[in-house]
Design a protein around this ligand. Sequence first.
Ligand code: ZN
Length: 89
Amino acid sequence: MDRCPQCRGKLRSTICGRCGADLSLVLNIETQAKTLAQHAVQNLLDGNYDKAKHLASQAKALHAAPFHQALEGFIKSRKDMADRDEPGW
Ligand SMILES: [Zn+2]
């Protein structure tokens, strides 16, 4: 997040310099979502599709960023292909 969701001011720390909103909790959740997405990608690469899908779903639930939505969809399609025994990458 580079802009305050309250006033749209540019963020330089966890406290908005324009309106004073404390965004530390929101930024912490964003970081957790990013970490979950990274673990999802690693599990995908390791072929653990169920775990990858679960982690990607959690990441999206915490932060519905376009990347997290796309990651969940991609993992789901890879899992479906693996379930059908189609050749992977
Ligand atoms: Zn603000």
